[in-house]
Design a protein around this ligand. Sequence first.
Ligand SMILES: Cc1cc2nc3c(=O)[nH]c(=O)nc-3n(C[C@H](O)[C@H](O)[C@H](O)COP(=O)(O)OP(=O)(O)OC[C@H]3O[C@@H](n4cnc5c(N)ncnc54)[C@H](O)[C@@H]3O)c2cc1C
Length: 442
Amino acid sequence: MSDELNMFIKPQPLTQIADVVVVGAGPAGIAAATAASRCGRSVLVIDDNPAPGGQIWRQGLPSQRKFDADGVTRDRAVEQMLAAGVRVASGCRVIDAPDRATLRAYREEDGAVLHVLYGKLILATGARERFLPFPGWTLPGVFGAGGLQALVKGGYEVAGKRVVVAGTGPLLLAVAAHLHDYGAKVVAMAEQAPAWKLAAFSATMLTNPSKLMQGAGYRGRVIGTPYQAGTWPMAAIAGEGGLLRAVKLSNGKKTWEVACDMLACGFHLVPNTELAALLGCELRGDFVKVDANQQTSQQGIYCAGEPTGIGGLDAALAEGEIAGLAAAGQPTTHLQKRAEAGRKFAAGLERTFALRPELRTLAAPDTVFCRCEDVQTASLAGHHSWTEAKLQTRCGMGPCQGRICGPAAEVVFGWKNASVRQPIFPTPVGALCSNDSIEENA
Ligand SMILES: Cc1cc2nc3c(=O)[nH]c(=O)nc-3n(C[C@H](O)[C@H](O)[C@H](O)COP(=O)(O)OP(=O)(O)OC[C@H]3O[C@@H](n4cnc5c(N)ncnc54)[C@H](O)[C@@H]3O)c2cc1C
């Protein structure tokens, strides 16, 4: 492990106490922690990655940073957070909230469970990719688009590989540009949203030149690759040795195959709301309901970034700063315009990249739906709810705890997963049962 990472995963006391605890060290969490700490509060950030940054600011190996355009911004944000006096517990995953002022976090490195006592809590838990099952989606060579990007940052070699990028959402373009920078040949980009929706969305971006420039910058890097709107993956096709050989695409009128070595595929993002739900925070649709100060329905618990709406970096930073200031009892009026712009952008993304009905019927009866428990689509078809399907087939009961197949079942079958139970991430029984002595806070 590099010294840089060591600095964040150094052993911490098993009991941590802070005025403000922030869960998640993405842009929203970093902004929240910095703001609260600058107001004189003691602040602890807990994050499950080896170093702060979250998804967009994920730090890769030093050797992989040559195209890390966000690196300077991230490094500055992290430096400012540490300079403000924020403590960071990296490599720790919050798994439980046993009472109204305590969290439990599992530290994978040594299997310890941290008891974290807070005055105010800020949830900045981000989002994950949505996957939809289609024939061949579990073949070797098929990746989540953001997942492949993260692997490349970690040193995974894509130079010379032919990659199809498919699914929906602005992440596809960012991933295609990133893979191209690392030497991949992006041979096709398939976006399921129709061209007219994309054009309408781009027109609204005229009032947001920085976002427009960002999108144009990504497109410019892969200008030689066709970007096909209204097009989606029908199947991933295996060749010799069961490896991916081609992707079958459709635009509803015709289907065709594109030969490739890799498919990077994702259907926009799903907010990570499990911890908020466990804490009793009210949801509005798929997102955590917050007021203008980012406070949830639970007094003293705030939420910022992707769990309140998929609005990208600017929205995450604005909401994070508001949450940090509000948790420290400071005014937030000067930030409301920025947050409102973020909410508008998030609503635009939701309209533009709404999933088309054809995607609900991509999976064949023998397509694996729940890859953790190897449950096929046909086994789910006769059931009426997520809970019933879970009990009868074990769908969603594997290590991902329904984080992948749950959102897919919502799209395909219309089932909502209403219940959340602790621990919200798989945790070794030994760690859960251990009665660690509660040490003094550092
Ligand atoms: C896979 C992926 C790749 C992306 N790549 C790009 C990109 O290239 N360009 C772009 O513009 N946008 C990208 N995005 C969108 C990007 O996430 C947002 O624009 C922005 O980073 C959101 O910031 P955030 O702070 O809300 O969440 P995040 O950056 O997601 O940060 C949330 C953090 O909380 C941690 N966390 C969650 N739950 C817990 C828990 N229980 N305990 C401890 N830690 C927890 C997560 O691991 C993560 O580190 C990507 C999104 C995803 C899902």
